[in-house]
Ligand binder design. Structure first.
Ligand SMILES: *Cc1c(COP(=O)(O)O)cnc(C)c1O
Length: 220
C-alpha cells in the first residue's frame, strides 16, 4: 500500500469528485478517519498529513490511545462510531466530541445524565438499523421518530442519523431511506458511507463518511 499521506490525498480527491458529481460542496462532507485497532504509530502520519477528525469504536481503546495523542497534537476531534454500553456513557461523553451510536431509550437517559454531570454537550447521531437485521445495533425504523423525540426532550443535541447497511448488498437504497427518515424528522446530518461505499453515500446526501481500511489498510 502507498504511504498514509498519499492515501489521505486519494480519499480526499474521491470525496471532492463525488461531491462535484452530486452538485454538492465537498466542504459539507466531513471525513472521519476510523482508527480502531490501529496504534498511535499508524495514526500520527495521518495527523501530520492534516487529518484532525478520527473515529473509534470502543471507549476503552480510545481512552488508552487518544489522551496522549491529543496532548501532542492540538485540534483533534474524536468520534465514537461503535456501540455504547450505558455504563460507559460518562466516559464516552468525557472523551468524545460526537457519538454516532445512540440507539435506545436507556442510552438517551444515560447520555443526558452524563452530559448534565460533565457539563459537556456532545452531539449525537441516532443509529438506525436500516436493514432491519436481527444482530445489528441501531434503533428499529418504526421506533426512530419516538427515539428522536425522546432525545430532543432529554436535551441531547442531535447531529442527525447514522446507519451501516447490510453487508454484501447494494447500499444505495438504504442510504436513500436514511435520508428520507431524517428529512421527515427535521434532521440534516447523515453519517453514512465507509471505505467501500462512501461515494454512493455522498451522492445520496452523506454529511459524515467513516473511513477506516481505505486510509489505514486492512485491520489485523
Ligand atoms: C469500522 C467501522 C467503519 C470503517 O469501516 P471501513 O470499511 O474500514 O472503512 C465505519 N463505521 C463503523 C461503525 C465502523 O465500525
Amino acid at each position: 500500500m502507498s504511504d498514509p499521506a498519499t492515501r489521505l490525498a486519494d480519499i480526499r480527491a474521491r470525496i471532492d469528485h463525488a461531491a462535484k458529481v452530486a452538485g454538492r460542496k465537498s466542504s459539507d462532507i466531513t471525513l472521519i478517519a476510523v482508527s480502531k485497532t490501529h496504534a498511535a504509530e499508524a495514526i500520527t502520519p495521518l495527523i501530520d498529513a492534516g487529518q484532525r477528525i478520527f473515529g473509534e469504536n470502543r471507549v476503552q481503546e480510545a481512552a488508552e490511545k487518544w489522551p496522549a495523542l491529543r496532548e501532542a497534537y492540538p485540534g483533534i476531534e474524536l468520534h465514537l462510531v461503535g456501540q455504547l454500553q450505558s455504563n460507559k456513557a460518562e466516559d464516552a461523553v468525557a472523551l468524545f466530541d460526537c457519538i454516532h451510536s445512540l440507539d435506545r431509550p436507556s442510552l438517551v437517559s444515560a447520555l443526558a445524565k452524563a452530559m448534565d454531570k460533565t457539563g459537556r454537550q456532545v452531539p449525537c447521531f441516532i443509529q438506525v438499523n436500516i436493514g432491519a437485521e436481527e444482530q445489528k445495533g441501531g434503533c428499529a425504523i418504526a421506533d426512530t421518530p419516538a427515539m428522536i423525540a425522546e432525545a430532543r426532550a432529554a436535551g441531547i443535541p442531535l447531529a442527525g442519523l447514522m446507519c451501516v447497511p447490510p453487508l454484501g448488498t447494494e447500499p444505495a437504497p438504504y442510504f436513500a431511506l436514511l435520508d428520507k427518515i431524517a428529512a421527515e424528522n427535521g434532521l440534516e446530518g447523515l453519517s453514512m458511507g465507509m471505505s467501500d461505499d462512501f461515494e454512493t453515500a455522498i451522492m445520496l446526501g452523506a454529511s459524515h463518511v467513516r473511513i477506516g481500511s481505505a486510509l489505514f489498510g486492512a485491520r489485523g
